[in-house]
Design a protein around this ligand. Structure first.
Ligand code: NAD
Ligand code: IPM
Ligand code: MN
Length: 356
């Protein structure tokens, strides 16, 4: 298979975890005889420094013309007071690609179960997916303005925007444990009242899938108290952002969780849920979220399930040996951990073919 992948390394730990992701892609290429054309483009703070724009026209054009986009992370204190922020480029990219469905799977690895702040019997049942609406809500609605005395953000959702993300969640639940939890603030927000109404209507078209509604404050509590109850969570943009970082703690580290973002048509975007981690020293970041984002890309954009499963299995096998980066209490660096995953990947695939 031959594919064009645009790689946006961005800022902070972005280039380091992107390097790990690319090494995994090169190993898959070699083991399975694929050709991935990896095209680097400037994005985020790096692009502000070069062009004064976090999403240069050239970068956007490359993304739109690609088979998939792989993104590491953007942002950092250097640009906090700059006229343009790196994060603005990320929002503009998501909007331009139309990637409304952000899929964030949350699982707890057997080998890192003891690192979860939850009791093991609670944490081991964690297996859910946060489906976050990604191109609407308070991030994108107008009016949005600020004076010295007052600032305004607006939270708008249309029926169609709610319908398509909730439909996405129901279709996903049909392939899993057949339960959707819709999270809103329908006791206060008008947008949530519409959200709940539309969700009820969509549910009528999916017999055999259970629907429950939770208010976002109670949901934040349930995620810690009884996370095993969740299968597919569907929620609006800001709630999904906050709840998915909360969910990452169940898995032991924010450095473990990947994401995929899908549009109605055109290339999908794959990125770890974490940011640029400016507090981390060089070569200390956990590359697992990036490697899992690569696996999601292989599976969801290219249909390469065996390759995606091999990556996940290699990560699990290395974790089982006790090797881990410092966020998981280990001693490995980004590059040494990546070396182990590559070795494991190669060994496992060759053993599978009876050649090792
Ligand atoms: P962050 O996700 O960068 O870091 C939060 C905490 O998690 C930090 O303690 C960090 O060290 C840790 N962490 C994150 N990724 C890790 C990894 N791979 N391995 C080990 N530990 C990891 O969030 P923040 O500090 O609030 O934000 C820093 C910058 O990143 C901000 O500019 C923010 O806007 C940006 N950001 C970007 C994205 C993105 O590009 N998709 C996502 C979130 C935040
Ligand atoms: C994420 C990030 C972004 C978001 C920021 C950096 C704009 O936190 O991808 O979760 O809020 O969507
Ligand atoms: Mn976030």
């Amino acid at each position: 298979m031959e594919k064009q992948i645009v790689c946006l390394a961005g800022d902070g730990i972005g280039p380091e975890v992107m390097a790990a992701g690319k090494r995994v892609l090169h190993m898959i290429e070699r083991l399975y005889q694929h050709k991935f054309h990896l095209q680097d483009e400037l994005f985020g703070g790096a692009a502000i420094d070069a062009y004064g724009n976090p999403l240069p026209a050239r970068t956007l054009a490359a993304c739109l013309a690609s088979d998939a986009v792989l993104l590491a992370a953007v942002g950092g204190p250097r640009w906090d007071t700059a006229p343009e922020r790196p994060e603005k480029g990320l929002l503009a990219l998501r909007k331009a690609l139309g990637v409304y469905a952000n899929v964030r799977p949350v699982t707890v690895d057997e080998a890192t179960l003891h690192l979860s702040p939850l009791k093991e019997e609670c944490a081991k049942n964690v297996d859910f997916v946060v489906v976050r609406e990604l191109t609407g809500g308070i991030y994108f609605s107008y009016p949005k303005h600020r004076t010295n005395e007052q600032a305004t953000d607006t939270l708008t959702y249309s029926r169609r925007e709610v319908e398509r993300i909730v439909e996405y969640a129901f279709r996903l639940a049909a392939t899993r444990r057949k339960k959707v939890t819709s999270i809103d603030k329908a006791n206060v927000l008008e947008s949530s009242k519409l959200w709940r109404e539309v969700t009820e209507e969509v549910a009528l078209r999916y017999q055999g899938i259970a629907l429950e509604h939770l208010l976002v404050d109670a949901a934040a509590m349930e995620m810690i108290k009884n996370p095993g109850r969740f299968d597919v969570i569907v929620t609006e943009n800001l709630f999904g952002d906050i709840l998915s970082d909360e969910a990452s703690v169940l898995s032991g580290s924010l450095g473990m969780l990947p994401s995929a973002s899908h549009a109605e048509q055109g290339p999908s975007l794959y990125e770890p849920i974490h940011g640029s981690a400016p507090d981390l020293e060089a070569d200390r970041a956990n590359p697992i979220a990036m490697m899992r984002s690569v696996a999601m890309m292989l599976q969801q954009s290219f249909g390469l399930s065996a390759e995606a499963n091999a990556i996940e299995q290699a990560i699990q096998n290395v974790l089982k040996t006790g090797k881990a980066t410092s966020d998981l209490g280990g001693k490995e660096t980004t590059s040494s951990f990546t070396n182990y995953v590559l070795q494991e990947l190669e060994a496992q695939v060759l053993v599978g073919r009876g050649r090792a």
